[in-house]
Design a protein around this ligand. Structure first.
Ligand code: NAD
Length: 354
């Protein structure tokens, strides 16, 4: 049986067929393009989004200082070192964290620190104390940890409840176990440029600058905030005669009248004031390196948690002007944990070199 198989469009007028071919090619192209776009956007879930934004900003001449990548590199290196310690029968680093009360943010930070200890093979102990704990009991807890030969590093999560003196508690931690680097002895040594524990957040910032080989010598750094845990120590470290360092540093605070004018002169800005999206594009000159330390929970009904995390920098505006920027979340916060782990490893190996 003969079957007359004709093309579907056989009855068209001459010339029309070409048009149709062209049209269908065009439609196919459009369809493929849309399908590709669809696939690209489909892939952009929360994980891909950061990389996507990073890539887009890279093409705009700006680079994200990616805390996730750098902290993972630090953790991977530590994991290897810890497995070597274990193979050689040496002591495993041990961090003891003290958490007082039920502050949501503190719970989250401590949980991440404990989880990170597990990731790299450290031992960790979490001591939970009641919000209404007396200063005496807290003092005794710290003394016990100081005397426990197995504990290498002690971390007391701040802020503390009102009835407890932060100053007293910090001073009680043995300087050899002061992995947060807040003890007056650690701070004093840091100021003098002597080997010591560097406070975790400023140390994390240094590790980040180092990883991306950012030139700091001769640059003007403006630090916004002068707290003992971030602003003041990072201002000292950026000013020291080392790398990263050798900056000329201006420290701004709540009484600085000409903050915008100073920021506009900065090659590097460290924003650590705790005011969400404080640093705007008109406060930053082209090509500035921007380090956003701020972490503030702001109400956000679109989130399951009911809040969003905001930095001190208006990322959407400022990212277009700077050369490098840390995102929030995914920037300095992750580096703080990595630095804490480094301090704990050093606390363990310096005390137990053999
Ligand atoms: P803090 O409240 O102890 O100090 C804030 C500083 O900012 C003060 O010195 C104050 O003078 C200054 N300041 C406040 N308002 C100002 C203004 N309008 N202009 C200029 N200066 C102003 O805060 P902190 O403990 O240093 O923390 C700062 C921010 O960093 C907070 O959001 C905190 O949550 C965050 N933080 C993040 C990490 C991290 O790991 N990423 C670690 C510590 C703190």
């Amino acid at each position: 049986m003969h079957m007359n198989v004709e093309p579907a469009n056989f009855c068209r007028k001459p010339g029309e067929q070409n048009k149709i071919r062209k049209k269908s090619r065009h439609e196919l192209h459009e369809y493929t393009r849309k399908a590709k776009l669809h696939r690209v956007f489909h892939k952009i879930n929360s994980c891909y989004l950061v990389k996507f934004v990073a890539a887009m900003l890279y093409f705009c001449g700006m680079q994200i200082l990616d805390g996730k990548t750098v902290s993972q590199a630090v953790k991977d290196a530590l994991k290897t070192k810890v497995s070597i310690l274990k193979e050689e029968g040496k002591k495993t680093p041990h961090l003891a964290a003290v958490l007082i009360g039920n502050n949501g943010a503190s719970e989250t930070y401590v949980a991440s620190k404990v989880k990170s200890c597990e990731e790299v093979g450290f031992k960790s102990t979490l001591i939970r104390l009641d919000e209404n704990i007396s200063e005496d009991i807290l003092v005794k807890t710290i003394e016990q940890l100081n005397n426990d030969a197995d504990v290498d590093g002690i971390l007391v999560q701040l802020p503390l409840p009102k009835q407890v003196s932060e100053e007293k508690v910090i001073s009680l931690i043995h300087p050899d176990k002061d992995v947060d680097g807040f003890h007056p002895m650690s701070i004093g040594k840091m100021v003098q440029g002597l080997p010591t524990f560097i406070p975790a957040t400023p140390y994390g910032i240094l590790l980040m600058l180092e990883h991306y080989k950012i030139v700091t010598a001769g640059k003007h750094a403006v630090v916004i905030g002068r707290s003992n845990i971030v602003g003041r120590p990072i201002s000292i470290l950026l000013n020291r005669n080392a790398y990263p360092g050798n900056c000329t540093v201006t420290v701004c605070h709540s009484h600085t009248p000409n903050l915008k004018e100073l920021c506009l002169q900065a090659d590097i800005i460290v924003a650590a004031l705790g005011k969400p999206e404080f640093l705007k594009a008109d406060m930053v000159k082209e090509g500035t390196v921007v380090i956003d330390v701020g972490i503030t929970r702001v109400p956000d009904t679109s989130k399951k948690s009911g809040f969003a995390i905001k930095g001190d920098v208006d990322f959407a505006q400022v990212s277009h002007k700077c050369s490098y920027i840390t995102p929030v979340p995914g920037g300095v916060g992750l580096m703080t944990i990595a630095a804490l782990l480094m301090n704990t490893y050093n606390a363990c190996t310096h005390k137990h070199p053999n």
